[in-house]
Design a protein around this ligand. Structure first.
Ligand SMILES: [Zn+2]
Length: 469
């Protein structure tokens, strides 16, 4: 019976295949070919092509492989020469707050609790408007593109404006509108937050670049009802849920006191955890918490710079990975807890932080941290069918990194080079959804000079509002 079915299938499929002889030696026209580079795919077998090429049409990758094969099969309307360059999937910044670029350096070297309640919440109340958010997002888009970030996950206010600016810059975003139990700069009540976010989710349904999401800030700033309302809204629209989880010791201690359980177990108990949740930090997660996170298929995002700068603690990344949790990387910040959006720095620090914490140079290796910045980051955002590796059918999000710099030679191991030697300033060309957004370090979708000038203007305004010089 089984064989019979199979032969029917062959009979049905065979005429289809012969009607479209994609592999029959003909040459097909595609939109763009990046050719001649060292292509690090991050696919399932971690294929690397020494002299490789990537062909794409529209926003999708059509083929990846050895240059000769790709050039024999495809001709690009546009070709980018990648000789002496590394070609790899764009980096994924799994957690940040991009409009806060305008608060960069406003007050550092304090505790997270003090920074939030004494400085940043008041500064936000006085300064954050839709216009502020737009300029902060433009500045961040320039900074992120320059460091090879092609997708980022954001949590802020006026997130619809973040989405519009992100789309204009041609960057892919998972953009979370914040739910928080005090009057926020955009929405003053929980009802207003729900209404704004529902409209936001509806507006961006089906957009190829923008994934709108509710972002309940954390268990320490949101009531059970706020958390559940945000999760229910996300689930109604099949949107992800972005949240900070177990990010400081105080949060853990308070949860143990108030809820009789850890932050992860509390979120599990109230029905928030699921395969749509992206949990930033996850520093205070014990073995039972890790088991729960893995079972619920929660994606976690590790932010080494932020954890070190605020001295919050060190996420047990090796144990999380061993438990089967998808762990991505994020910059957090960019104010007060970093203060930049350079994901390549996080790749380097994720490895070194794990090594020094355990006094073990084998704690996490270079390949693992490059995975966290690409394919595992995509898994953490629940987007690995779409992004995170260079594979046929995935979105054409790729970056070219120069291998002609003094810090790029000699090269024995490409993952080690990426993790420990190459820098964001070596990123030359960035393609997102088949669109070239930076070519030879020239930004094509953001007016960088204007964004920089505006940031300087905002600094004066913000400083004055806080009585600073
Ligand atoms: Zn954060």
């Amino acid at each position: 019976m089984k064989n019979k079915k199979r032969s029917w299938l062959l009979i049905c499929v065979f005429p289809l295949l012969s009607a479209f002889p994609l592999h029959a030696g003909r040459n097909y026209k595609v939109g763009l070919i990046v050719t001649g580079g060292l292509v690090v795919t991050m696919d399932g077998t971690r294929s690397i092509y020494e002299d490789g090429a990537v062909a794409m049409t529209g926003d999708t990758i059509i083929a990846v492989g050895p240059r000769e094969e790709i050039e024999a099969r495809y001709t690009g309307a546009q070709t980018i020469d990648a000789r002496n360059k590394l070609v790899l999937p764009g980096f994924i910044n799994g957690h940040t707050h991009v409009p806060m670029t305008l608060f960069r350096g406003i007050h550092d070297d304090v505790t997270l609790n003090d920074w939030l309640y004494k400085y940043i919440f008041p500064a936000e109340a006085k300064n954050v408007t839709e216009e502020f958010v737009r300029w902060g997002t433009r500045l961040a888009a320039a900074e992120q593109i320059r460091s090879g970030v092609t997708t980022f996950a954001d949590m802020y206010y006026f997130e619809d404006a973040v989405a519009e600016e992100t789309k204009a810059a041609g960057v892919r975003g998972v953009l979370g509108e914040t739910f928080i139990d005090f009057p926020a700069p955009d929405n003053k009540t929980n009802a207003a937050m729900l209404a704004y976010t529902e409209k936001f989710l509806r507006k961006w349904q089906g957009d190829p670049l923008i994934h709108a999401a509710p972002a309940p800030h954390s268990i320490y700033t949101c009531s059970q009802k706020t958390l559940q309302d945000a999760a229910a809204l996300a689930r109604k629209y099949h949107a992800p849920i972005l949240i900070h989880v177990a990010e400081m010791k105080k949060e853990l201690d308070d949860s143990l006191k108030q809820n009789g359980m850890s932050p992860v177990q509390y979120l599990e108990k109230i029905g928030v955890l699921g395969p749509d949740v992206v949990a930033a930090h996850c520093i205070f997660v014990d073995a039972a918490d890790r088991k729960t996170l893995a079972q619920r298929q929660v994606g976690c995002v590790h932010n080494p710079s932020s954890n070190m700068m605020i001295a919050s603690g060190v996420a047990p990344v090796p144990e999380m990975r061993a438990a089967g949790i998808a762990v991505g990387l994020g910059t957090d910040g960019p104010a007060g807890s970093n203060n930049d959006l350079d994901l390549m720095e996080e790749i380097d620090l994720a490895a070194k932080l794990a090594k020094i914490t355990r006094m073990d140079p084998l704690a996490i290796n270079a390949k693992a941290v490059v995975e966290m910045a690409t394919i595992d980051g995509a898994k953490a955002l629940h987007m690995d069918k779409e992004i995170g590796s260079l594979e046929k059918g995935k979105k054409a999000d790729l970056i070219l990194i120069s291998l002609d710099e003094p810090n790029a030679v000699p090269m024995y191991d490409v993952y080690a080079q990426l993790a420990y030697a190459l820098k964001a300033s070596d990123v030359e060309t960035v393609i997102i959804g088949g669109r070239v957004v930076m070519r030879d370090q020239k930004l094509l979708t953001v007016n960088e000079q204007e964004a920089i000038a505006k940031a300087r203007e905002y600094k004066k305004k913000i400083a004055a509002s806080l009585g600073m010089k």
